[in-house]
Ligand binder design. Sequence first.
Ligand code: NAP
Length: 304
Amino acid sequence: MKYDVLILGGGPAGLAAALYAKRAGVSVLVLERSIYGGQVTNTPTVENYPGILNISGVDLAMALYEQVTGLGIEVRLEEPVSYQLDAPAKAVATARGLYEAKAVIVANGVKRRTLGCPGEERLAGRGVSYCAACDGAFFQGAEVAIVGGGNTALEDALFLSNNCAAVHLIHRRDQFRGSSILAEAVKKRQNIHLHLNSVVEEITGEEKVAGARLRDVTTGEETRLELSGVFVAVGLAPDNAAFAGQLALDGAGYIQAGEDCRTNLAGVFAAGDTRTKEVRQIITAAADGAVAALGAANYVNSLE
Ligand code: NAP
């Protein structure tokens, strides 16, 4: 199947790109490998998208999806298995078929980091979770921990504290990376207990999570917590290994592209969290989608 523009990823960057590409008059296909909305779906509440006072991440993802499909844009839930980006005719293969395009927008987002401590992998889905918005409801009245010091960990701590008996927020430094407005809100919550300068050495439990062993990195002192759940929110990492050799990546593995979203390859654009950038937010991902789509449409038009 042939399209003008092929978009890899159905998060805010990819879906915004689809919207702008369609409105620019080019044919477009979106391929998403797992879930429409991307990381947004892990966010309990979005309160910093201009014009929207408050919306759940899932509702925002659904609204994006409905807006795009409502315009007749084709979106497919298929995982790419190979890419040809470094030729004038681009092609992406999935298990179901081969998709060819004149331009490609890579908007594949990022993947979650893990702690890598003993017990984490074994107890994943048995009390270890990476998504408070998805799994928090299973821990009503329970004692849980959340690991991390960014906006995700702070937001999730607040979210979990609404229904859990106690939330232990474990962060490896004494300063939060997340915004001060969230940090202040966390500090005010009676049932959120801070464990700063602390790392998780082990998540314990046989069939399900029973607790965690922490180490204070300044004193070396160890403590044990009895817990029903451990939520891991230690950030995101690029997921671009499949593009290495074609797309130029930076030292951390993000796709090298500036604010114009142009990559080292003609006709290939990178939008959203996947590219080298300072601010990774829903609004900056959506903005990238618009920029990349207009760049891709201009590129397609220049070929005719
Ligand atoms: P993040 O900002 O990168 O924060 C990750 C946190 O995990 C940091 O505090 C980091 O510690 C800690 N960490 C990393 N590796 C660790 C390890 N191995 N063990 C223990 N701790 C570890 O990630 P995020 O919170 O997922 O946010 C990702 C992006 O989305 C950010 O740009 C964020 O601003 C954005 N976001 C925004 C909102 C919002 O605006 N409402 C909500 C959610 C996310 P250090 O601080 O010591 O590095």
